[in-house]
Design a protein around this ligand. Structure first.
Ligand code: ZN
Length: 301
């Protein structure tokens, strides 16, 4: 790299770090100088949110990604801010938040580093910052609470306006009966909630779509969700996101005490207006209060 390019790049970093810091202060989130594109909020609950696709920053010093999805998950950052408030109100304590502020055309933290950063050193560094924060936070939650839950927050544009609850079981896996799902060791070992099943002794199908699953608790709070007791599997031929790199890496698929769920939110009725974002945040906080109470023995003070 020529000196002028290096200078331009550091200047871009500096300017964006300051812009981002301002945004971070506005939302009450802390930020470190060494991770300029990351926004972190420390919490007290055994609950972590990651928001990988809501960023808008497109620094000129980072190359554009050339393949993979480049589309942003619109309004997932504003949705996360509402969820933060709703959880504080409903549970009287705060969740951890890890937010990527780079636009997806520059970085996709929900992919391995090759597809995520596509050889750009700045994007690789931002990818490492994001995943180091996930590792540090899951370790902290494990140390404090013994176990925990990571929710990876996204937005989809599928035809059916369901919240899609992903635990790494795909549409074909979900076509099995509850008995088949719960007795198949290969489905347990591929799921991102393995520790939850092993620790609670509850059948995998119960935690995926039984009465105490997150999907069913969301349905009870008024939010269409799948899988759940009323929507056990995706409609034939309909798109469904079962989860990707973040929940595969930071959930309990390969061990560890933190289980992970990818939450894909539809646009209509959930992300599209400020009042719908507020309404969904309240529904999610109600569902999570029950989920943490039942499966993590968490009680409000
Ligand atoms: Zn996404």
């Amino acid at each position: 790299m020529r000196l002028t390019e290096m200078h331009q790049r550091s200047l871009a970093f500096l300017i964006l770090a300051n812009v981002s810091l301002f945004a971070a202060i506005q939302h009450g989130h802390a930020q470190t100088d060494t991770a300029p594109f990351l926004e972190i909020q420390d919490g007290s609950l055994p609950l972590i949110f990651t928001v990988p696709h809501g960023g808008s920053l497109k620094p000129a010093g980072l190359m554009n990604r050339r393949y993979g999805s480049l589309a942003t998950d619109a309004e997932t950052k504003t949705l996360a801010a509402e969820i933060d408030l709703a959880i504080k109100t409903r549970l009287g304590a705060s969740a951890h938040f890890i937010i990527n502020n780079l636009h997806r055309s520059k970085l996709d933290p929900n992919r391995d580093i090759t597809e995520a950063a596509q050889d750009d050193p700045g994007a690789q560094s931002a990818w490492r910052d994001f995943h180091a924060a996930c590792t540090a936070t899951t370790q902290k939650v494990t140390k404090t609470h013994g176990s925990g839950l990571l929710i990876d927050l996204h937005g989809h544009r599928h035809e059916e306006p369901n919240v899609e609850v992903g635990m790494l079981l795909n549409a074909a896996d979900l076509q099995n009966s509850d008995a088949e799902i719960s007795s198949n060791p290969s489905l347990l070992s591929k799921s991102s909630i393995k520790e939850l099943v092993q620790r609670t002794g509850k059948p995998l199908a119960e935690l995926i779509r039984g009465p105490s699953s997150l999907g069913s608790l969301l349905e009870i709070s008024g939010q269409r969700s799948l899988p759940s007791a009323v929507r056990p599997e995706p409609t034939a031929g309909a798109s469904y996101y079962s989860g990707a790199y973040i929940i595969a890496t930071h959930g309990s698929k390969n061990g560890g005490k933190v289980s992970a769920i990818q939450l894909e939110c539809p646009w209509e009725g959930v992300r599209d207006t400020a009042s719908n974002r507020k309404q969904f945040a309240k529904r999610l906080a109600d569902a999570l209060a029950e989920f943490l109470h039942v499966h993590f023995h968490w009680k409000s003070e």
